[in-house]
Write a new protein. Structure first.
Length: 268
């Protein structure tokens, strides 16, 4: 299953996690946060008719093969922690949350991307405050769209949690079943994985372009995986050594020098 969706700003706004917006402005007092949110809501109300928010996802069969995930015949290499995770005492990989090939039956996984109309990042350059407001809200909208999309996938499109009834606070606290690790985040730190995901679901269908470094344009875009395993959780890959760098580069089919560029923050 592959779907392209367009949301209105009004549909997505309730899913915004305002804590990150306040943090971006470095506003910590309650009164200041309320004023900032009121101004942001006025901005969104004013421009809701002009801009949209877009999502793309694909559900397919998947199995793990070592630290690789085979998704509809495409290999998506994963990284494994080299030091035991503090919470469970084992070295984790996202591949651990997908049924192995030796299990005999296919599992299921999702790939997704969300973004905003490019104008939210370019149309307000003449006014420094409006430009900052628009860019920060664009990022929040893309993240909120990922939250909304994931909820719809769990309850309807994939349907593995059809009876889920969570408050917005519970959604933001990730009380739902499964995870959606995003590219560039601690569990999936290689931005170059965007090239692999793009080959599968075509980010361009919702207006996303990739730079040579795997970054997305508009910058207010999110991409990643959706996994339903009940034990799936987020973790940080952390530091990796030269042996894993070489192994990962081989599995990605990319020279070590290129992988080193993508994973510079993770290399010991």
């Amino acid at each position: 299953m592959r779907r392209k969706l367009t949301y209105s700003i009004k549909e997505v706004t309730p899913y915004i996690n305002w804590a990150y917006y306040f943090y971006a402005w470095q506003v910590k007092d309650k009164a200041g946060q309320e004023r900032l949110r009121d101004e942001a809501m006025m901005f969104l109300d004013r421009w809701a008719h002009r801009y949209g928010v877009h999502a793309l996802f694909m559900l397919g069969t998947a199995n793990s093969d070592g630290d690789d995930i085979r998704f509809d015949g495409v290999t998506i290499p994963m990284l494994r922690q080299q030091h035991p995770d503090a919470r469970c005492g084992v070295c984790l990989s996202l591949a651990d949350f997908i049924r192995p090939l030796s299990g005999g039956r296919p599992d299921r996984m999702g790939i997704f991307a969300t973004t905003v109309d490019m104008g939210l990042e370019t149309d307000f350059a003449a006014d420094e405050y409006q430009n900052m407001t628009a860019r920060l809200l664009a990022t929040r909208l893309a993240e909120a769209a990922a939250e909304l999309l994931h909820e719809q996938v769990r309850r309807r499109y994939w349907g593995y949690a059809p009876d889920e009834q969570l408050s917005m606070d519970e959604l933001h606290a990730e009380k739902f079943a499964g995870i959606r690790p995003a590219v560039g985040y601690p569990s999936l730190p290689d931005m170059g994985i965007n090239f692999v995901l793009n080959d599968i679901i075509r980010f361009s269908d919702i207006g996303i372009k990739l730079t040579e470094n795997g970054a997305m344009i508009p910058h207010a875009s999110v991409s990643g995986l959706m996994m339903a395993h009940p034990a799936a959780r987020y973790f940080s890959v952390g530091r990796i050594g030269g042996d894993q760098l070489a192994d990962y580069a081989s599995r990605r089919g990319v020279p070590k020098a290129v992988i080193r560029k993508f994973l510079i923050a993770n290399i010991e």
